[in-house]
Design a protein around this ligand. Structure first.
Ligand code: AMP
Length: 927
């Protein structure tokens, strides 16, 4: 850009100071102000001189004072005409074709006289090559334009002067200007109009200032070059939060948009569940009910706290509990859900809840859990606990949500035997006796009923030992041999049975004074003594042999005694049918409930004897609870009454978290009722069918574990269920499974011919129980295997649509149910073990429980899933008749599958028909 002072000679009116030309200081006032017409016939004023005929011309013309205005280098553009000397007739050597340009710097704006020598020459100016001929007569004039630049840095202004040395010249215009780099905006910084430097090569460094609503990213700089061009932009600015760049300015983000940081590239749309209501938002506000955690970036959607964890199940193992749950149904749009356990409350009744002691252990931890499983140990035995699992995420605190994110389970820990006695001390040691004393076990887990001391001579190892029992923590042990090392063990017993024996503690009796043989003792005495010793030895040998025999016997006896003491706290089930008066049994085992405390709400099912309803029970002094109410329909026989109430008499004897709890009975008015705890999720088979495929394997195993635990309890009480099936397991809201339905146990006794009646749940019953009514805990184990299959297959009917006869036959021929879909191999193996033909080969419930506990502890073992080869290899044959396909596979006949299929035998029924057909053909076998 150029800033200029125009000294257009014609355009300058009189009295204008700047740029006015003067003849004032010259020695020869030869320059004349002449008006002429330019090429467009516009009158212009020129300064002319044309003294070509006279020698030694020195004619000066100068301007007024020109203020510098900050310029350091000014440009002088001169327009002029010049006559060619040759074109002038009669001129001699005095004619010139150039003129000189001078300048003089000064602070004085009105210097009237400036010496010639004060002027500094800028240049000698010649006309162009295309020299213009001026034909004044035709008024045709061609102009020369010459520009010269000059550095003016020392004073406030300057004067210009033109020196004619004998040319014929007309100055038409003089324009003086300087150059600037114009105001500009680069990288959101404003750079002002800047005057170029003094030298043609100099760069002026300029610092920019950030435009409105922007901040410096890096100091903005540019260089103003000598020709007025901006060069080398460096640094720049960024729009403030809430603003974005638009055409070199920062504009506010519009409604619905935001910009959080100046470094963000531009305004962004508000993330989901948030909004901005004003221009220039730096963050979007969350919609009502949605939140942002402190650590959430503004670009993140607003989120919600999680809903409560789901399906909390608990598996109690003595004094530890495995708690497992499914993640909340709603995670609130976040992935940082964790779980906390506020310390569980405990108490001997649900109304009394105290925080647990700090000795309760949570593994892997109590807060910030990322897993959905925790093992709580070191709980007190036989105590009610309430565990609350609280789902938490980054916005839980902000939302203030609390109870809505929690789920709780109340359970009772099992009875547990006391821990071993850790220290035994011996005092008052003599040759034949000593006194033992010991400390109470660290964890008695109940009231200690007695201690048992077992001891034996160290040499004898445990081949022969003695047992002593005491109520105190000390005992005097007598009848010991002198100078003998004895080994002692002590164990404690509570209602839950004996704990482990302590580690061995060894103590030695003192020595016998030995009779002296020597001088002064006569030989007869010596002989007597020797023979006496011999006899003694003989007697000792005999006693030893006898005692060895006795001790072997006593060991056997002891074994049986010990066996009896294994679970001395566990009661034995009493068959209510052994009571002559059934009412006596019911009142011994069940509490009579006043019917006014029962509030029936709705019918929930149909039982064998009448409707099953749900309702509430409020017993004085206790909180109201939900109950299930079974009633005996009107018009019942004596036998029906007896059978109906027998279930309550049986149930009333049980007290276990996995056995349905009897609250009481109503027998004093009609209808007769049995009141039990209410199980929100009803029977297990229907529950599983409703939630097909929705549980983790661990959850399924947790359910199975609960059932096994209940069954172990029943078997420990010598109770045989006889009708163990998923339909007879009830499920509560915490997925705790409880064994119920104690009605079938007597049916067979009443009807000796009933082995093949329809009342036998054939698909669930062990072959020996079907064949000759051998119902035992082992046959319950068989049924348990079927329940396992039902659970893993989410309530599928065992043996699908096969009829009972076929099922019985298949069992006889060794067919066993195949692994359900996605069934871990270990679980199917456990089922197969339960279905051993020889009942002695089946596992006990205790072993099943151990096995399931192991699986729960090592969930990795549940990962291996058997593949259903048959289905995947020949789908067209196997899919429609899967059961037959699996049948063949299980009895090792799958290689005949295609042959049989080709022959039209694609169903189990048709295959069984084939078996019948080939029976008479002796010597022919399929395999
Ligand atoms: P039952 O006569 O015991 O087989 O009961 C018939 C049906 O009533 C069962 O299949 C359950 O659906 C329901 N039922 C029985 N007892 C309970 C209970 N304690 N809680 C909830 N539902 C129950």
């Amino acid at each position: 850009m150029r800033n200029s002072f125009v000294l257009h000679l014609t355009a300058l009116p009189h009295g204008v100071v700047n740029g006015r030309l003067h003849n004032c200081f010259c020695f020869h006032f030869q320059w004349e102000e002449v008006s002429i017409m330019d090429e467009k016939n516009v009158p212009i004023r020129t300064y002319q001189v044309c003294n070509v005929l006279e020698p030694n011309q020195n004619n000066w013309l100068r301007t007024d004072w020109i203020p510098r205005s900050g310029a350091q280098r000014v440009y002088v553009e001169v327009k002029f005409t010049l006559r060619d000397c040759n074109s002038l007739p009669g001129v001699t050597g005095t004619c010139k074709e150039t003129f000189n340009l001078y300048y003089h710097e000064s602070n004085e704006d009105r210097e009237s006289y400036i010496k010639e020598s004060s002027f500094i020459k800028v240049d000698t100016v010649a006309a162009d090559e295309s020299f213009t001929q001026v034909d004044v007569g035709d008024r045709i004039m061609k102009l020369n334009t010459e520009v010269r630049d000059v550095k003016v840095t020392t004073r406030k202004g300057f004067y210009l002067a033109f020196q004619d040395v004998g040319a014929c010249i007309a100055l038409v215009s003089v324009r003086v200007f300087y150059k600037t780099c114009p105001l500009t905006i680069r990288n959101l910084a404003t750079f002002p109009d800047t005057v170029t430097g003094a030298d043609t090569s100099s760069l002026v460094e300029v610092r920019g200032s950030c435009v409105n609503q922007s901040e410096e990213r890096e100091e903005p700089k540019m260089y103003c070059g000598a020709d007025g061009e901006w060069l080398v932009p460096i640094g720049g600015c960024l729009c403030n939060p809430g603003y974005q760049e638009k055409s070199g300015t920062c504009k506010a983000c519009s409604v619905g948009f935001y910009k959080a940081k100046s470094s963000d590239p531009g305004c962004s749309k508000c993330p989901p569940h948030s909004h901005s209501v004003r221009d220039g938002a730096t963050v979007c506000d969350c919609h009502s009910g949605f939140f942002r955690a402190d650590s959430d970036p503004p670009s993140m959607a607003c989120t919600q706290p999680p809903s409560a964890p789901q399906q909390l199940i608990s598996v109690v193992n003595e004094t530890s509990v495995v708690l497992e749950w499914a993640p909340p149904r709603r995670l609130g749009g976040r992935s940082d859900t964790s779980y906390n356990y506020p310390r569980p409350g405990s108490g001997s009744g649900s109304h009394l809840c105290l925080p647990c002691g700090s000795d309760v252990l949570f593994s892997p931890g109590q807060t910030g859990l990322k897993t959905t499983r925790v093992v709580v140990s070191e709980l007190r035995a036989h105590t009610h606990y309430t565990f609350i699992v609280h789902a938490h995420n980054g916005v839980s605190q902000a939302s203030g949500a609390g109870a809505a994110q929690s789920v709780s389970v109340t359970l009772t820990t099992n009875q547990a035997a006391p821990s071993p006695v850790s220290f035994i001390q011996a005092t008052d040691v003599t040759r034949h006796s000593l006194s033992l004393a010991w400390q109470q076990p660290d964890r008695p887990n109940g009231v200690i009923l007695e201690y048992e001391v077992k001891f034996y001579e160290k040499d004898q190892r445990e081949r022969s030992y003695r047992i002593m029992r005491t109520f105190s923590r000390s005992v005097d042990v007598t009848g010991l041999n002198p100078l003998t090392v004895y080994v002692f063990h002590v164990r404690a017993r509570t209602a839950a049975g004996y704990g482990e024996f302590s580690a061995p503690f060894e103590f030695s009796t003192n020595s016998d004074p030995f009779p002296l043989i020597g001088e002064g003792v006569n030989s007869a005495f010596l002989l007597l003594s020797i023979s006496g010793v011999g006899i003694l030895l003989l007697i000792s040998a005999a006693v030893f042999i006898i005692s060895r025999r006795r001790s072997k016997y006593s060991k056997t006896k002891q074994d049986s005694e010990e066996e009896k003491h294994l679970n001395p706290g566990v009661k034995i089930y009493v068959d209510p049918f052994t009571y002559e008066d059934p009412d006596q049994a019911i009142h011994e085992f069940a509490k009579e409930i006043d019917v006014s405390s029962i509030h029936i709400e709705r019918v929930i099912g149909m039982g064998e004897f009448g409707e099953v309803c749900s309702g509430r029970l409020r017993v004085q002094g206790k909180r109201e609870i939900y109950v299930a109410i079974k009633s005996l329909k009107a018009g019942y026989s004596d036998k029906q009454r007896r059978d109906f109430l027998s279930e309550a008499s049986i149930m009333g004897q049980f007290d276990h978290p996995n056995i349905i709890r009897l609250e009481g009975v109503v027998t004093r008015c009609k209808p007769l009722m049995i009141i039990t705890e209410y199980m929100e999720n009803g029977s297990l088979d229907a529950f599983l069918r409703k939630h097909d495929g929705q549980f983790t394997v661990i959850q399924l195993v947790g359910m199975l574990r609960g059932i096994a635990s209940g069954m172990k309890y029943l078997s420990d009480m010598s109770y045989v269920h006889r009708d163990l099936a998923a339909r007879n397991i009830l499920v509560n809201s915490n997925l705790v499974c409880k064994v119920s339905d104690f009605g079938l146990s007597r049916v067979l006794e009443d009807d000796p011919e009933a082995a093949y009646t329809t009342r036998i749940p054939i698909r669930w019953t062990a072959p020996e129980a079907i064949a000759y009514r051998k119902f035992t805990t082992a046959s319950d184990v068989w049924s348990y295997g079927i329940v396992m299959w039902e659970v893993v297959s989410y309530g599928e009917r065992p043996y699908w649509d096969m009829n009972n006869q076929d099922v019985i036959k298949a069992m006889e021929e060794g067919y066993r149910l195949p692994a359900p879909m996605d069934c871990p191999v270990v679980l199917h193996q456990l089922m197969l073990d339960c279905w051993e033909r020889e009942r002695a080969e089946r596992p006990t419930f205790s072993q099943i429980l151990n096995m399931l506990d192991k699986l729960i502890r090592n969930p990795g073992t549940l990962r291996r899933v058997g593949s259903e080869v048959c289905v995947s290899v020949v789908p067209q044959v196997c899919m429609p008749e899967w059961s037959m396909c699996v049948w063949l596979q299980s009895i090792g006949l799958e290689r005949y599958r295609d042959t049989l299929a080709a022959a039209g035998y694609t169903s189990l029924d048709s295959l069984l028909a084939l078996t019948h057909q080939i029976k008479p053909m002796h010597g022919q076998h399929i395999p």
